[in-house]
Structure formats: C-alpha cells, structure tokens
Write a protein that binds this ligand. Structure first.
Ligand code: AMP
Length: 417
C-alpha cells in the first residue's frame, strides 16, 4: 500500500530516504551546483518536523569500490546547512546498525556512498576484459545473491522508506527499487518525486491542446524513443539543435560538416512518415546559423539548412525559424522542452536556445503548462533566470526521458505497485 508523506505519521519513526545527492564537485570538493540537495530539503524537513528521524542514502559519482574521492563526507556539512540541523555520518552504509538504532526524533544520519558496494547497482565489478560468458554469468549471479543481504541491511535501519530521488528513478537499483519490498505498508514518494511524476502525467496523460514538444540536443539516437512516443501525443513537434541535420540529410539536404548520425537516417525518415500519417506538424529549422569552424569566435553565416556550404557547421537556428516557432509556442496550451536549439555553450550560438526559453516563458504567463527537462535546457533556463517563469523544471535527465518514452520507471513502480 502506497502511503503519502503528508498523511503518514512519522512521530518516533526512522525514515530511510533515497535522495539523489549526486552533485557536481570541483577539484577541492566544493559543490558547484547544489540544486539536487535543495530539491530534497522540503521532504527531509517535513519528516523532522513531524517527529521522525532521517537516514539519508545516495550515490555520488561512479566509484568502482571504496574511493575517498567519491565520499559523501564532502557534502555532509552542506546538507546540514541546507537542512538547518546537524548531520551525523556513517562511514560504511552496511555497518550503520548502532548509529541508526541510536537516532532520536529530529536527528539525521547520512550513509556513505551506496555505490562503494557493487550490490547497489547489482552489477559485477572487476571482471577480466577477456572473461568468458560463463564467468560473466557466474559473477552476475553472485552479485545478485549478495544484493539481497545488502538491501536487507539497509531496510533494517528504518521503519519506513521514502524515495525522493527522481534522477535515479529509472534505475532498478537496491536503494531505488528493491528496498521498497521491505516496507509494503510504509513506502512513499517524497515531495520531489510527487512533483516530478505529476509533471510527467501533466504532459503524457492530461495535456491540454495544442501540445507542442520542442526536442533539441546533439543526437537523434538519444531521443528517438522520446520522439516516437510523443508522435502519439503532440500536435506540434519542433526538432532543433544538432539532431536537425540528420533529418535534413535524410531528406537529401547538404549539411556541410554539421553533426549528424548516418545510421539514424532510416529512423529519421520513419519519424517523418509517421508524423505525416498521424497528422503531427513537424517543424524543422528552415535556415541555420553556420560557423566556419566549430568555435565561439568563428565567422558566422545564415544559410539555407538544406544547403550548408562544405566545411561549415550548422550551430544555431535562424530568425525565420524562430519567428515560426514563436507562433507555434505561443498558441500552445502544453509545452515540453528538452535539448538546446544550438551550441548554446558558445554565446555566439546561444541565441536560438535563449529565444525558445523566452517564448516558453511568455506562453506560460499566458496560461500554458510548460515542462523543461534535461541538463542543457535546464541550464539554459537557469542561466537566464527563467526557472520561475516556466511551470516546472525537472531534476531528472535520463529518468525524465525514459518517463516521456512511456516507460514505467522502476523507482516509481516500486512505490506504486
Ligand atoms: P543533448 O545532451 O543530447 O541534449 O545535447 C546537448 C548538446 O547538444 C549541447 O552540448 C549542445 O552544444 C549540443 N548541440 C546542440 N546543437 C548542436 C549543433 N548544431 N552542433 C553540435 N552540437 C550541438
């Protein structure tokens, strides 16, 4: 039975909470962006204010075993500051029995990086490059076996389980999915997970029309599943950014040295055919701002996207396309944006991406629902100070994409089912 954080009685209970504190750190272990920590704070404060105690668990980076570089100790103090409460630390997530047992209401214990153990992901480590299929299968079986004990130990620390780690909800890991089975009547989403899943439902299940998706970024291959699922949902699909050039080449255009994926040409053609059959209006850039070199300071020229000179790189969309997209976006009632419209890291080629953010903000002010997700579009919106001008900014990259593909995320299913 799924519980809800607002109706659950936390008094005197220990809550083990899966958070996504996988934050970027600089060379001196300073946090360079604490969005993920701040995003989980409302859930954590709620448990403490309701008389519960907290056992926090997360991964950080991709350690291959115990590695001080990836210790959660680096972020312990910052969590305490964000939470406004002291945070104790357990040096080993599998040996925290005594510390967990001693927790009193209002106290917080942070467990060391879950991924110091291969059991968290359930994938064998340290296999020889030339390992045979039998050896691989045996190693996999062994880690799956020991994973049961790993999960059981984590579960033994607490009375209830909260998943607030949307960023890792697409992984069927010990702490994101398997542990829920130990709390059949005491498992729930944190506020962040609730908001993220509601945002996905808003676009996939409850979209008001016209519904426009703007899909950009570098590659068709990483977004093909998303595009295919959206063709059943949207009225307009704006395809922009680096992935445009595969669509242009597929239709016989000259793309110069622009980024593209030849092997995705049949898929691109299939997307165009399906869109036509389903009556989805696909809008590609008509012209492109091309650079002579792939750099910020290079010579620029606006050219027909179907006729990019040899050696030139398409790096941003042009004004005529933006004018068309502005009309489409402002007429929309539901908007999804994932992926930049150009190489927005270079200020000279960030104009298209920034304009799209502006149109979405304007449409939102006029009453549209807008969801922005995926690292780079979120970075663009944040950089422009527009985070509050769109309806929702997702914290999930891969997780959001898989949800939009229509897949049930293991972290979500483990709580709901
Ligand atoms: P993705 O992670 O697939 O959303 O792609 C984001 C990346 O796509 C950003 O780093 C952009 O610089 C890159 N990108 C967008 N447009 C282009 C383009 N025309 N050529 C090369 N890279 C691009």
């Amino acid at each position: 039975m799924q519980q809800y954080i607002d109706s659950y009685d936390f008094s005197g209970k220990k809550a083990i909470v899966r958070v996504d504190f996988n934050v970027p750190l600089d060379d001196d272990f300073n946090i360079t962006d604490d969005t993920r920590i701040r995003a989980a704070i409302p859930t954590l404060k709620k448990v403490l204010a309701s008389g519960g105690s907290l056992i926090l668990m997360s991964h950080l980076g991709r350690p291959k075993g115990v590695d001080a570089k990836f210790s959660l100790k680096h972020i312990q103090q910052h969590i305490a500051e964000c939470l406004g409460a002291p945070v104790q630390f357990a040096d080993d997530c599998q040996k925290a029995d005594a510390q967990a047992a001693a927790l009193k209401p209002g106290e917080v214990l942070l467990l060391e990086n879950l991924r110091f153990y291969a059991e968290e992901e359930g994938k064998p480590r340290g296999l020889a490059a030339d390992a045979s299929d039998e050896e691989k299968a045996a190693a996999k079986k062994a880690v799956k076996e020991s994973q049961k004990e790993f999960v059981k130990k984590l579960a033994s620390y607490a009375d209830c389980y909260i998943n607030d780690a949307f960023g890792t909800a697409h992984r069927a890991h010990a702490s994101t999915a398997l542990i829920a089975a130990y709390f059949p009547n005491d498992k729930m989403f944190g506020y962040l997970m609730e908001k993220e899943t509601a945002a996905v439902d808003n676009i996939l299940k409850n979209a008001r029309r016209p519904f426009t998706a703007i899909i950009g970024g570098s590659k068709v291959s990483s977004k093909l599943g998303v595009i295919k699922n959206l063709l059943d949902k949207v009225d307009n699909l704006i395809i922009c950014g680096g992935m445009s050039y595969t669509f242009v080449k597929a239709q016989g255009g000259r793309i110069g040295d622009s980024i593209h994926e030849d092997e995705l040409i049949p898929d691109a053609l299939e997307v165009l055919r399906t869109a036509e059959a389903k009556g989805v209006n696909i809008s590609l850039s008509a012209e492109t701002v091309a650079g002579k070199e792939f750099s910020d300071t290079t010579e620029r020229r606006t050219v027909d996207i179907f006729n990019i000179p040899d050696g030139w790189h398409g790096m941003d969309c042009g004004e005529a396309s933006l004018a068309r997209w502005k009309e489409i976006i402002l007429a929309s009632k539901t908007i999804l944006w994932n992926g930049p419209a150009g190489v927005f890291e270079f200020p000279s080629f960030a104009h298209g991406t920034e304009q799209i953010a502006t149109y979405i903000a304007e449409a939102t002010q006029n009453g549209a629902y807008s969801l922005v997700g995926g690292g780079d579009s979120v970075a663009a919106v944040t950089r422009m100070g527009f985070s509050d001008k769109v309806s929702y900014v997702s914290t999930g990259g891969g997780a959001l994409l898989e949800a939009i593909e229509g897949k049930e995320l293991p972290g979500v299913a483990a709580i709901r089912n």
